[in-house]
Design a binder for this molecule. Sequence first.
Ligand code: ADP
Length: 396
Amino acid sequence: MKILVANLGSTSFKYKVFDMPRGQVLARGGMDRIGGQGSVHTWRLGDGPETRQEVALPDHAAAIDEALQRLIGPDRPLTALDDLGAVGFKTVHARGISGVVALDEDVIGRMVEYYPLAPAHNPAYVAAIRQFAKAAPAAPRVGCFESAFHGQAPLRRQLYAVPYDWYERYGVRRYGFHGASHRYAAEKVIELEGTRELRHVNCHLGGSSSLCAVRHGVSLGASHGLSPQSGVPQNNRVGDLDPYALDLVVRREGITFEAALEVCASQGGLLGICGRNDMRDIEDAAVAGDERCQLAVAMLSTAVRDYLGAYVVEMGGLDVISFTGGIGENSSIVRGQVLAGLEFLGVSLDAARNEALRGEGTLHAADSRVRIHVLKTDEELVVAKQTWEFLHPASA
Ligand code: ADP
């Protein structure tokens, strides 16, 4: 069965087409700057060369049509639209929904209800689900919700100390996201280490960042809370914040509560501290002496260390740390700051390897008790597998 996996950002659309259950990638591609100027579609069919083309993409619907146009035809991954067996979505948040579900109108309605909690993700997903329903109605649409991997976290870790009926009536609790990436890392580390008996912290650090405590392959909790705007600072989203800050700003600036939230969701995080949101730019400026950029890097590293410490205590020790995501895979500066001075935990970083590593590998020194892995996450593969298993329950 050919399964297209859709990975959507507020202005981006990435996709992979898999032949399942073999897991072979038939095509991959991505588009950015949706809704803006200068969009480029970059795609690759099978092992063929990468092709780049400038395209006009007024909205996500146009991006999906553009992708389907490149994927269908003789000698292409899909001979016809009917060849598309299913579309799997790395869906983020919907009221009362977790796990893997068919994306019917009820679920879509629940995603719309949670637009305020996931403003960068839910509107893009709903637009894409609707467009695939129109463009390829015969292909079932399956949502693999990002919170599912964290569903076994103990209740004492899931709850906020708000009146208990906020949790019961409105679902106010910590959900944790990046489930596909944390699940991928958990399984990959078990494979690499040859055992499940591991106390493992995965650091997914990218445009969106979160940490997850994984004991024996099971998530004990993750740093994202009720919304993906929480936890460690994100590229332009705030991370953990005392809610009373909003009251103060709303009163002093004379803006609405919604406007203040919008600032937190689009002008906070690293961008809020140093005016830049791409870690490559931030690091270049930090190295050149920009103090705000140095502060932003240090704040991200400090927040990562805070969660790391909490998770080590929760698990009663540590066997493996892994890094993934665009920053985790590439930023030796952030990794170096996160792991500095942790020899008392048995973590000893090989500084030269940290500097030199490009792509996947290990970073622990010969005398390190804790292993340090850098992984290239494959969220799409996780979603393709989950979509396949959902549609073939007997073979799961
Ligand atoms: P998303 O959450 O949007 O999928 P990614 O996982 O692709 O994000 O990560 C994007 C982030 O990774 C950006 O902040 C980018 O600057 C950072 N990044 C990518 N390459 C490098 C690099 N070589 N050095 C430092 N940061 C990098």
